[in-house]
Design a protein around this ligand. Structure first.
Ligand code: SF4
Length: 399
């Protein structure tokens, strides 16, 4: 399974957002009506976009919705915008007023990439001087679209794919400083009770693919095979393991070979890694009765040895020797309170960098330190004083 990108449609009531969702989806998923304010809660449609994989198209209520309830709906639209990987900001009749300008500046301020879409072009085409003004002001693509022209669907999907693929390529999962052409790498993938039947998990698959893209030479093995692998006398550049096998792997890897985890690579790719690294040290100052928040980016079914719900809490209690209290939040569920001494974000294999960074930053802004699963496990296992682990962190810090 792949991460699912969020494409959020924003604009005033009756700007044609629902009609555009239906055009892009190629079917009627949103209710279209000439009555302003027909869309109240966000409507989501999952679809495949060529070259991008699965995406959620999210139709939102108008940002100019009125009254107390309308204000709440409009707030919800901004919340969806926060988690967008790409926003489509619709306007019509060459009316780019205060609502649109505020929203465009809001997206810009949050580094959400966006396309300005001038809709209902068949009724009134976009004025060229407005196009130039907006281009200078926001530096984003501007499109003129008529939902009555079926060919506009391909134009829009192409523009969306270009914007999103540009962003996903901007950071590599495995930097060449860690493993480049001809470097030999060992991936340690334990096949234990927590491993899914008949397949590898997504971070393992993505790391393998990134290493192959870098033309590295990869050996994939279980922890129990490491001794035999090193006995062959072959030189290895780096070992990447599942976090849960850190202790066993570190004990088996000779000095001088960097050791890190899939989870740490994912954290570097998807989250504010500097914040994660700084926050992990807070584990040492946790006290009895402190609240720790576990942030899961999807609603997977937890097993009895679930890493976030069972293993990390047990590991932290053992390492600190304190009575810690844990809360668990999945997907986009609300955070119960802000009295957390630490929050720990999962590897986010099902979420995009924007979704994780936005979620993490909104919690960090409330003064809560936020780290990640892989770093928390490495810390609790004492790896921050291990030379091989420190060498791994140095290699991924290099640009
Ligand atoms: S909780 Fe996080 S790491 Fe686990 S499966 Fe979901 S997105 Fe992936």
């Amino acid at each position: 399974m792949n991460e699912v990108k969020n494409i959020v449609l924003l604009g005033r009531r009756n700007a044609g957002k629902s009609t555009l969702v239906n055009l892009l989806a190629g079917q009627d998923v949103a209710i279209v009506s000439p009555v302003a304010g027909t869309t109240t809660d966000p409507v989501k449609k999952r679809m495949e976009i060529k070259g991008l994989g699965p995406c959620n198209l999210i139709d939102t209520a108008g940002i100019d919705d009125e009254g107390e309830v309308g204000g709440m709906r409009s707030e919800r639209s901004f919340k969806e915008a926060d988690l967008a990987d790409l926003a489509l900001l619709l306007f019509t009749s060459n009316r780019f007023g205060e609502y649109e300008r505020n929203l465009a500046n809001y997206l810009k301020g949050r580094s959400v990439p966006f396309i300005l879409v001038h809709g209902k072009e068949d009724l009134e085409p976009l004025d060229e001087s407005l196009r130039m003004t907006l281009g200078d002001e926001f530096g984003c693509p501007i499109m003129n679209v008529s939902c009555k022209r079926v060919s506009d669907r391909d134009l829009m999907l192409g523009a969306i794919a270009r914007m999103l693929s540009g962003e996903s390529e901007s950071k590599a999962l495995v930097p060449k400083s860690l493993a480049g052409e001809g470097d030999r790498v060992i991936l340690v993938c334990p096949i234990d009770r927590g491993a899914p039947e008949g397949r590898l998990i997504l971070p393992q698959v993505k790391t393998l693919r990134a290493l192959l893209d870098n033309k590295a030479i990869v050996t994939v093995a279980q922890p129990s095979e490491l001794e035999k692998i090193f006995a062959s006398g072959q030189d290895y550049k780096v070992v990447i393991t599942d976090s849960q096998a850190f202790s066993e792997v570190s004990a088996a890897v000779p000095e001088g070979i960097p050791v890190g985890s899939f989870s740490i690579l994912m954290a570097r790719l998807k989250g504010p890694f500097g914040l994660f690294l700084e926050s992990v040290k807070k584990i040492d100052s946790l006290k009895d009765g402190d609240h720790v928040l576990i942030l899961e980016s999807c609603t997977h079914r937890a097993s009895c040895d679930d890493i976030g719900r069972v293993k990390i809490p047990a590991m932290l209690k053992k390492y600190t020797g304190k009575e810690l209290l844990f809360d668990f939040v999945s997907g986009l569920d609300d955070v119960p309170h802000n009295r957390y001494s630490l929050a720990i974000q999962c590897g986010g294999c099902m979420a995009t960098a924007r979704q994780i960074t936005s979620r993490v930053n909104s919690i960090a802004e409330k003064g809560v330190p936020v780290t990640n699963y892989g770093l928390a496990i490495a810390f609790a296992k004492g790896l921050f004083s291990d030379a091989n682990f420190k060498a791994f962190l140095n290699l991924i810090a290099e640009k």
